[in-house]
Design a protein around this ligand. Sequence first.
Ligand code: TXA
Ligand code: MG
Length: 343
Amino acid sequence: MKTEVLPVTEDSIRLAGELIRRGELVGMPTETVYGLGADALNPQAVLNIFKAKGRPADNPLIVHVSCVEEIPPLVREIPGAARRLMDAFWPGPMTLILPKADCIPNEVSAGLDTVGIRLPGSEAARRFIKEAGRPIAAPSGNRSGRPSPTTAAHMLEDMDGRIPLILDGGPCAVGVESSVIDATGETPVILRPGGITPEMVKNVLGGVAVDEHVMSPLREGETARSPGMKYRHYAPKAKTVIYEGDAEHVIEAIRKRYDEAEAAGEKPAILGFDEHDFGSRVQISLGSATHPEDAAARLFAALREIDERGLTLAICEAVSMDGIGLAVMNRMGRAAGFDIEDV
Ligand code: TXA
Ligand code: MG
């Protein structure tokens, strides 16, 4: 199969909608990351998502809609707290876990009684969903275990020859996946941090809970509240380590680690901030230390670059966990298997 990459136009959106109604897969730009979309109500099309990604069948998919009016048939109930979050943050980078209606195939929910619903902030995504006329099931458009794609070119790297079309909407503005919030109970719980931060949720609901596994791996025998927590994600082939602490100590420790690794025959690279001086060592920029949004937008591309350049060790500077920094540290932590050195 030849994979076409087309800019978002009226014609390409129309073609994308036709493909979805025929049960095919389409690469979709969103404000977070590129998604691999299919008709959420067509079990065969949904199975093809798992095949194209190489994704474990027990990891459920998020269902995307183009407006809130499309949601009632997909869920049994919208609790009050969920409604307040919807009003505050949609369209935007937030997924709400709600009790699923019977029309959601088991292939989407992976056997759970719930479904993740998302109304994306990206206008191109909403136009595509509306044109398709179906809710769109879409995981991130990477092959399973790879960093999520934040450009159409990155999605093509992973999906070339596997799907007919990728809509190119340019680079993703947020760069990390949506915040996943379990909104089935009275007190919503953040299962995966993203662009809608704990502080923002707290401002709306007066309180917020963050699942303990956001910054720690699952222990042997523990069950994940969100199946995605079980899997090693975002991992470059290179070994990845993180240094955390005050900037001066971190810079010194990173320089030392780099030089030792290089002397031992490794090909290291530093994922660091522009303000910090690492001399002539190989550095891939995470943007400014004072703008965690930069690191969010750049992290996945940086992890891909590490492998493309054949580098063998990624030494990362930690980001402060405020705001979207928590999402950055969750993704970086998982790429590193939570190998975080406190200096
Ligand atoms: O920003 C995003 O959310 C992107 C774009 C394409 O919308 N999508 C995305 O999908 O990141 P995916 O499949 O890569 O990640 C979905 C995460 C997984 O960790 C999955 O386990 C969790 O959401 N999830 C989905 N449905 C769930 C459910 N019913 N209960 C708990 N967790 C769920
Ligand atoms: Mg994913």
